[in-house]
Design a protein around this ligand. Structure first.
Ligand SMILES: *Cc1c(COP(=O)(O)O)cnc(C)c1O
Length: 465
């Protein structure tokens, strides 16, 4: 399987190289040259498979034998071992045909563990095989950082540097990152917002001359194809549990960088009968405006109670645009160049396709808080703020009560105690046992100015020999 750039002007790569690369040299993102598809009979035959066995079925065609099957299976098994729940991605019912897919049972309590446990183990495998070392540099709006650190902390061949916006992640999120005191783990609190962090990472990938000889950057953000790939699995897992492929199923996805919902789109293209895909956004609603009004205009970033979705420019939307424009890399390059002005307008054809594929809905903080209390009062089930946005978006846009609606629960409520209290729940949600001493652990991180030279010098000075 070859991987190609969304901007049509970078060398095609194989799977292992695509895992170790961030952006393509033309600034685009890598996508598989063709998508594997599965027949309804094949999908039906997977009913009852464990999460890891199903993951192997779905991931193997993308790896295409580059990692021998037995090794790939071992990587996958190891990646889902640290999840607390035996179902890995359990479903909980909160309404008529309305389901919560709990994607927060991994080590850092957010869905990002699904991809980053797998990515860390895959990095480790490839780097050991090649006797190579890399520098992981990533930006986080809160959850990617801890999941990436947890995935990479035990990899001897990786130095990991994570940038988070100073004072703009929750205390739990920060402590999950900064209490990992391994020599190869470095946290940088940047005096900036998340988009600035993401831009600094992108610029560093584009010019890596600040690194010592022989080192390259590897990406843990969802520009890394392997992250998207690993996330396709739970769409199939939930679908199979709720009657696919004979029955259709719908999904609602709290969306920030468009990685998670893009994986849902891919699951649909690969053969899962998905009816609706709902893009749920907070007040940073550029995707909702784009789908509903063709208004993809950058606005100032707002700080909400769902901080992991406080993103204005969704990097993975470019992968979606590539599909909407019939994989025309030249058109995407043009569109992204135009977007440097802050405005992007889709052509009618691609827009109509997007509107047929996605529903969208936006919630502000107060509406989100009302959903947390409403669902808790009726079911005693506590949603985290991101998940609550997905639940309400599903309720508002749902076309059929006969089709199961799966709301992706992207984080555990204990990560966001402030929002839970504001929603009127007097008891703080407890952290799971393995983390109950989080607030007693020692923290270590560096606060740096929003200055790329300073950050790159810090990184260069802290890389292991
Ligand atoms: C990262 C994250 C999101 C957004 O996911 P994307 O793939 O960036 O769209 C939503 N909720 C939580 C809790 C997250 O950590």
């Amino acid at each position: 399987m070859k991987y190609i750039s969304t901007r049509g002007d970078a060398p095609a790569l194989n799977f292992e190289d695509v895992v170790l690369t961030g952006l393509a040299t033309d600034g685009g993102l890598y996508v598989p040259e063709s998508l594997p598809t599965f027949t309804p009979e094949q999908i039906a035959s997977w009913k009852g498979l464990s999460y890891s066995d199903l993951a192997f079925k779905i991931i193997a065609p993308f790896v295409d034998g580059e990692i021998p099957d037995a090794d790939l299976k071992a990587i996958i098994d190891k990646s889902y071992k640290k999840f607390r729940h035996p179902a890995i991605a359990p479903l909980v019912q909160t309404g008529h045909n309305e389901w919560i897919l709990e994607l927060f049972q991994g080590p850092t309590l957010a869905f990002k563990d699904f991809a980053l446990q797998f990515l860390g183990n895959t990095f480790d495998y490839i780097l050991k095989k090649r006797d190579q070392k890399v520098v992981v540099m990533g930006a986080t709006s809160g959850d990617t950082g801890s999941a990436a650190i947890e995935g990479c902390r035990d990899c001897d061949n990786i130095d990991i540097f994570i940038l988070h916006p100073n004072k703009r992640v929750s205390d739990v999120q920060r402590k999950q990152m900064t209490t990992v005191i391994n020599k190869n783990v470095h946290n940088i609190a940047l005096e900036a917002n998340f988009d600035d962090c993401q831009n600094m990472v992108k610029a560093s990938f584009n010019d890596q001359s600040f690194l010592p000889e022989g080192r390259q950057l590897a990406a843990v953000n969802s520009i890394n194809w392997a992250r998207i790939m690993a996330q396709i699995v739970y769409y199939f897992y939930a679908g199979l549990a709720l009657g696919a492929p004979s029955n259709k199923v719908s999904f609602s996805v709290p969306t920030g960088n468009f990685g998670d919902i893009f994986a849902g789109y891919l699951a649909k293209q690969m053969g899962l009968p998905i009816d609706q895909l709902v893009i749920a956004t907070n007040s940073n609603d550029i995707l909702h405006r784009c789908i509903s009004d063709n208004d993809h205009t950058k606005k100032p970033l707002l700080h909400s109670l769902s901080p992991s979705m406080d993103i204005m420019v969704s990097s993975n939307f470019e992968r979606m645009l590539f599909e909407l424009y019939d994989r025309n890399g030249g058109a995407i390059k043009q569109l992204m160049d135009d977007f440097k002005s802050g405005v992007m307008t889709l052509e009618q054809g691609p827009l109509a396709k997007a509107q047929a594929l996605f529903s969208s809905y936006k919630l502000d903080d107060q509406e989100m808080l009302d959903v947390i209390s409403d669902v808790f009062n009726k079911t005693e089930y506590l949603l985290d703020p991101h998940t609550a946005i997905g639940v309400q978006a599903a309720r508002k846009t749902r076309r059929s009560q006969d089709v199961p609606m799966v709301c992706l629960a992207t984080a555990h409520p204990a990560k966001f105690p402030e929002a839970i209290q504001k929603a009127g729940q007097s008891e703080e949600p407890a952290l799971p046992n393995h983390m109950s001493d989080l607030f007693d652990r020692e923290e270590q991180y560096d606060v740096l100015d929003n200055d790329i030279q300073a950050v790159q010098a810090f990184i260069a000075g802290n890389i292991s020999a």
